[in-house]
Design a protein. Structure first.
Length: 117
């Protein structure tokens, strides 16, 4: 391969890589909040609870329930490796709107929680 061909292909690869990285800056509409924290159909709160081996024996979670009388069926919403982020909180709120008591524990709480906190 001659130098001109190499530089041409390297430039094309650089442009393609730059475009791929630029897409990470675009808004992720699928992760946008669909149900607000203040929605009248739910009651949302952050709770702390005892946990051996947690942050000095304490953990934190996000508890959301439908307004009105219970009892409600329950779900546990588990986050991915990024902690209890706004998307996971929204998933819990969506479950509550559908009639479930939803609890999302923050597995990263002992080390500081979601980086956006």
């Amino acid at each position: 391969m001659d130098r001109r061909t190499f530089l041409s292909r390297a430039a094309a690869l650089g442009i393609a890589g730059g475009l791929a990285m630029a897409t990470s800056l675009l808004p992720r509409y699928v992760e946008a909040a669909m149900i607000k924290f203040t929605d009248s159909r739910i009651k949302a709160t952050y709770v702390e609870y005892e946990s051996p081996g947690g942050n000095s024996g304490r953990m934190r979670g996000y508890l959301v329930q439908p307004t009105g009388g219970g009892p409600f069926p329950s779900v546990i919403v588990i986050h991915e490796n990024r902690g209890l982020n706004p998307h996971i909180e929204d998933v819990a709120r969506r479950a509550a709107v559908e009639g479930f008591l939803a609890f999302a524990p923050d597995g990263l709480y002992p080390i500081g929680g979601y980086p956006g906190n």
